[in-house]
Ligand binder design. Structure first.
Ligand code: ASN
Length: 311
């Protein structure tokens, strides 16, 4: 058999995904707008970390994601919240932000907006109230949406979407009232009813979100939501930073203070500072801007809960 007679293997090519190129252009523009906005606000960018003895305990259970290196157990970052609080205390800056990859090996959560691995635009600003941080995030969102609208009209037309810049004021609801009104599925129900971005405040969740010292059981935290059923956009809060408060809240949540030892040591030495912040899911932002049915459509390499990862 001569070389010629061997049928030439066909050059295997991925189908070119043109829509995804337009989606990535929209994502690039959204991030460019975010960098521009945060730079003007004197909030500086830090690089992400992915390995640390401490990470966000989260408000729900996930599978363990850690590795051992030189006898030390290192967690893959679930969110950089604890490092944000430390950074804000150690650096002489107004605020910091990170484009932060997060790994959350979800247990039994399978929705159209969860990925096992995703990125958040994670921001923390020192000495501001949650109300002021929310105003800042409203301006950030309006800037992002209007830049995408201005600079990506061709891409938006190609994928058949029209960008509406959010209107101020954003509605604000208390989670406790909504729960009474709509039951435990309140977030999905109200997100389907609203037609503009809106806030829900006062969630009882992770120890680091500030509890109102004058009103125990009430929390100075907030989530930003997309309308039309797209759900959560950003999650954040004012922070607790005093050692006795943090320790009490960790114990109340049945967590082990040793899991947060280096962070608690700084708190004990009174080296943490008041701050407020939040993290915005980048794939979720892109999903809303491009009106995709499922978050998997925003990325070439989706890691979808309960699906094997092929590439
Ligand atoms: N990034 C969030 C925050 O700043 C925390 C999270 O993602 N769980 O509060």
């Amino acid at each position: 058999m001569t070389y010629q007679s061997i049928s030439k293997p066909k050059h295997r090519q991925f189908g070119k995904d043109e829509q995804l190129v337009d989606i990535y252009r929209i994502q690039s523009q959204a991030l460019l707008a975010a960098h521009e906005f945060l730079d003007k606000e004197k909030i500086v960018q830090m690089m992400p970390i992915m390995l640390s003895p401490i990470t966000d305990p989260l408000n729900h259970e996930v599978y363990e994601a850690s590795i051992e290196y030189l006898g030390q157990r290192l967690q893959l970052t679930k969110s950089m919240i604890l490092h944000k609080q430390i950074a804000i205390a150690k650096l002489d800056v107004r605020g910091i932000y990170i484009i932060s990859p997060n790994v959350r090996l979800e247990k039994g959560i399978k929705t159209d907006r969860h990925l096992l691995e995703f990125s958040q635009l994670d921001i923390e600003v020192r000495d501001i109230t949650g109300d002021t941080f929310r105003e800042l995030m409203e301006s950030l969102m309006i800037h992002i949406f209007s830049c995408v609208k201005r600079h990506c009209s061709r891409e938006c037309e190609k994928i058949g979407v029209e960008i509406h810049t959010p209107d101020r004021p954003f509605n604000v609801y208390s989670s406790k009232k909504l729960r009474k009104q709509y039951g435990r599925d309140f977030e999905a129900i109200i997100s389907r009813k609203e037609s503009n971005l809106f806030w829900i405040t006062d969630f009882d969740r992770e120890f680091y979100d500030r509890e109102d010292p004058n009103n125990r059981g009430s929390y100075k935290n907030y989530d930003l939501y997309y309308p039309e059923g797209y759900g959560e956009a950003l999650s954040g809060g004012e922070r607790d930073f005093e050692y006795p408060v943090l320790l009490r809240k960790i114990l109340e949540r049945g967590q082990d203070p040793n899991d947060f030892a280096p962070y608690l040591e700084l708190a004990k030495a009174e080296q943490l500072r008041p701050s407020a912040g939040g993290g915005m899911g980048i794939e979720r932002l892109v999903r809303f801007l491009t009106k995709r049915n499922h978050i998997r459509e925003t990325t070439l390499f989706p890691r979808v809960p309960e699906e094997p990862i092929s590439l």
